[in-house]
Ligand binder design. Structure first.
Ligand code: 5GP
Length: 194
């Protein structure tokens, strides 16, 4: 997505440790105009599949998924980071290792909000090693719902999450794929999808 790549080039900041900061338009301050274009683009890309729920993980995924969901006219469900354990069997749960915080979270979704009839699109801001996506897919599998695809705003193509998911047969659609980035020069290069 050209508009997104241009914005990443203009405002993205490359940090040590393979972290791309996009706080000025995506992860702290949010550019709603850009987010609406992103929502429209996901709707265009996934127009061939039925979607009944959008699933993401808190915190940064929520605002993004909420805007994207307007174009699909479906609810957003976000997996919550939780300390509580599944005592009464009313929740689906899994573990997600945070790429940016380097710790493992238990995440949960209430069984009320995901069922075998659901057709789910996973949406997230970044795809790095794929832990967040793996965890959300675990929850979808546990619920018996159907995974229709994974929509990612920025995939870091030099990390292996995207490759692993695609090898498993998961449909992953990323609006921008960063092929390389350099924290010394700040240079960011993109992979162009055919
Ligand atoms: P993964 O689970 O694929 O390793 O990482 C994806 C999650 O980590 C995303 O939900 C995102 O919040 C965070 N993340 C991964 N890489 C980056 C990055 O370069 N920049 C930012 N801002 N977040 C990232």
């Amino acid at each position: 997505m050209k508009l997104l790549e241009e914005r990443i080039k203009k405002d993205g900041v490359v940090k040590a440790g393979n972290v791309l900061k996009v706080d000025s338009f995506l992860n702290h301050q949010i550019d709603i105009k850009l987010m609406n274009e992103i929502g429209k683009e996901f709707k265009r890309i996934f127009s061939d599949v039925e979607v009944t729920k959008i699933l993401t993980v808190e915190a940064s995924g929520i605002a993004i998924a909420a805007i994207v969901a307007q174009y699909f006219d479906v609810p957003v469900v976000f997996a919550k980071k939780s300390q509580s354990i599944n005592l009464d069997g009313s929740i689906y749960s899994t573990k997600i290792e945070s790429f940016t915080h380097k710790r493992v979270y238990d995440v949960i979704v209430s069984k009320k909000y995901l069922s075998p009839e659901d057709k789910v699109l996973v949406v997230d801001d970044f795809l790095a090693n794929g832990c967040a996506a793996d965890g959300l897919i675990d929850i979808i599998n546990e619920s018996g719902a159907t995974l229709q695809g994974v929509g990612i705003i920025i995939e870091k193509g030099f990390q292996d999450g995207g490759k692993r998911l695609r090898e498993r047969g998961v449909r992953v659609e990323s609006l921008a794929i960063v092929d390389a980035m350099d924290d010394k020069t700040g240079e960011i290069t993109f992979r162009h999808q055919s």
